[in-house]
Design a protein around this ligand. Structure first.
Ligand code: SF4
Length: 289
């Protein structure tokens, strides 16, 4: 289906960090809407989607004045204290139309001119590697976090059929790491995965962060329940994974197998600016494989 794209003039671009993102001073969303259309996307349950006639995943508003606004907002915000930015919280900054608009790229250019204290880039798109040249210039003030919610392509296809394939995401993250940029693999939301997952992440991520529907959807899992995601677990024969304890199994597996080399974080602690990161509690040994 062809997405409905609309140019809009936005009133503001930096949003104060709240809720799960309250360790950041601001969030930054170049677009409203997202054509990756993941079945479990928590934004489906937010007013931006609920009060819109079109279905989530079929529309995108392009904030055409985002770069201009960002420059103004950054200059103002920097006078008030440290500026730590999470890009993006309710859209993917590297969804397909970014190929043409280069809007996210223009925001990186502004942030190199008027630097924030820290920038966390959250995406599930290999397109982010296009901007390695700019991201490198942020030095240790940037983290590129690639969502890799499973290492199993059949599972990815069941839950997020229009999102980029997992191997392409892993390859992009590897290139970004090899360029000297700090990388994170965000297993978020955790989906059924294989025992080989930790070793697949070892060479591509400085840090792995695990989050799930119960810890991370902002409502203790209720939003996800309303989306009917359990049906997809049933269809794929993975019901036992729809469980608030599954993350502990994968957390343990990651720590045991790659914890010597890769920082392994849990939920909100893995989505903080660098100096605020805290160590996660050790999980329990349960049987999921
Ligand atoms: S990429 Fe992120 S914002 Fe886009 S649909 Fe998926 S979960 Fe939602």
């Amino acid at each position: 289906m062809k997405a409905q794209l609309k140019d809009i003039v936005s009133k503001s671009i930096l949003t104060p960090g709240v809720g799960q993102l309250d360790d950041f001073s601001h969030s930054l969303n170049p677009y409203a809407g997202c054509t990756f259309a993941c079945s479990y996307c928590y934004v489906r349950q937010l007013p931006i989607s609920l009060y819109r006639e079109e279905e989530w995943g079929t529309w995108v508003d392009i904030k055409t004045n985002a770069a201009e606004l960002l420059r103004q907002d950054l200059l103002k915000a920097r006078k008030k204290g440290p500026v730590t930015i999470f890009m993006a919280s309710s859209t993917d900054p590297y969804q397909p139309l970014e190929h043409e608009t280069k809007l996210t790229r223009s925001l990186l250019e502004v942030m190199l001119d008027v630097p924030p204290d820290f920038l966390h880039v959250q995406t599930r798109s290999p397109l982010v590697k296009r901007d390695i040249d700019l991201l490198k210039k942020f030095g240790d003030k940037v983290r590129v976090s690639m969502t890799i919610e499973t290492d199993k392509e059949d599972i990815r296809k069941a839950f997020a059929p229009t999102a980029p394939p997992i191997p392409a995401r892993m390859k992009a993250l590897k290139e970004i790491r090899e360029a000297g940029i700090t990388t994170q693999a965000s297993i978020s939301p955790l989906l059924p995965c294989s025992r080989e997952f930790p070793q697949r992440l070892r060479p591509i991520a400085n840090r792995v962060t695990i989050d799930d529907f119960w810890l991370g959807d902002g409502s203790g899992g209720k939003r996800t329940e309303r989306l009917g995601i359990y049906e997809i677990y049933k269809q794929t024969g993975m019901e036992k994974w729809y469980n608030p304890t599954a993350h502990k199994v994968v957390l343990n597996m990651m720590r045991e197998q790659i914890g010597d080399e890769v920082e392994v974080m849990l939920s909100k602690d893995g989505f903080t600016p660098v100096d605020q990161a805290r160590k996660p509690a050790i999980g329990e040994n349960l049987k999921f494989f």
